[in-house]
Design a protein around this ligand. Structure first.
Ligand SMILES: [Cu+2]
Length: 323
């Protein structure tokens, strides 16, 4: 097309957030079309069978992962972008792996099908709904591929920047159960999990219940703290509650059109996700929990410290998913 210029750049941030390219500057007959109207985001995930941290004391476990980390990288784009997605199965792996992308309308038999070690697949889609979505490996047995760590979050920001109140800080929490023996699929089917966690490590953000925990989530009084919460399961429902707080707003599936206010608890089914906003009027602490006590007391607690001295880097940039 005469007068049309398209350029694309993919941006991969340090923290494993794979985010929007500064893409597609299009000029048609002298009229500029903004990047928001025509952006292509290239995403590449690599299935890797590696060892990852299991607890706050430095013990590790043989995991199956995306990009060598549990959870996998945050994938972030804007409603209406084109996502060009590539999955590679590392040649050093022993198992087939796949992607099940909840933010896509796609084809389970081709796009979501398993690939063998050394193979690669690519497909494109346009995320038409803003929100927060689960992604995971769907290879057989799916319960084991999820339980061993092959999951992550997709955040699709609304095209309208004013669709939701602006968040001052953002955090990703992906809840999941941990089984004693990652090879024992029977125990997974029997739901005999031993511990529960946000983001791979039980009590990772809870020095109250684990003296080896070294960090908490942080914010200042009056700030709107936005939690992107995913229930990776593989089996348990999660009743997400802020002890000592009330959710200012909850957006099921993270869509700004699905808004609930003044909520104490909201249930996420396995495979579901939602956006939770919290504002504290004063200094103090919240304990963000799955209010199912077995889940909370085996690791599903995250402390959100509210302080005037909150670290300005927390909940921003590479500290949205705190590792
Ligand atoms: Cu897998």
């Amino acid at each position: 097309m005469k007068g049309r210029k398209i350029s694309m750049t993919t941006v991969r941030l340090r923290n494993g957030v794979i985010a929007g390219s500064v893409a597609a500057v299009m000029m048609l007959a002298g009229a500029a079309i903004t990047a928001a109207q025509a952006k292509t985001v290239k995403i590449e995930l690599v299935a890797k069978e590696v060892t990852v941290p299991l607890d706050n004391q430095g013990n590790t476990v043989a995991a199956w992962t995306f990009n060598g980390q549990v959870p996998g990288p945050i994938i972030r784009a804007t409603e209406g972008d084109t996502i060009e997605f590539t999955l590679k199965n590392d040649a050093a792996n022993k198992k087939s792996h796949s992607i099940d992308m909840h933010s896509a309308r796609s084809d389970v038999l081709t796009d979501f099908a398993s690939i063998k070690p050394g193979e690669t697949k690519t497909f494109s889609y346009v995320p038409e709904h803003p929100g927060v979505f689960f992604y995971h490996c769907g290879s057989d047995p799916m319960i084991q591929h999820i339980a061993r760590g092959m999951f992550g979050v997709v955040i699709i920001d609304p095209k309208d920047p004013n669709a939701m109140p602006k968040a001052d800080r953002e955090y990703v929490l992906i809840e999941h159960q941990i089984f004693e023996n990652p090879e024992d699929v029977d125990s997974m089917m029997a739901n005999k999990w031993k511990r529960n966690a946000f983001n791979a490590v039980p009590f990772q953000y809870d020095p109250v219940h684990d003296e080896h925990a070294t960090q908490t989530l942080e914010a200042k009084p009056g700030e709107r703290v936005r939690i992107y919460m995913v229930n990776a399961g593989p089996n348990e429902f999660s009743g997400f509650h802020p002890i000592a707080g009330i959710w200012d707003r909850i957006y099921p599936s993270g869509n700004p059109k699905n808004v609930m206010v003044g909520m104490q608890n909201y249930t996420l089914a396995p495979g579901d996700a939602a956006t939770f906003d919290l504002i504290s009027p004063k200094e103090g602490a919240y304990a963000l929990v799955n209010h199912s006590m077995r889940a909370a007391l085996t690791g599903g607690i995250a402390i959100l410290m509210i302080s005037d001295k909150a670290d300005p880097s927390m909940g921003r940039g590479d500290k949205i998913l705190v590792r």
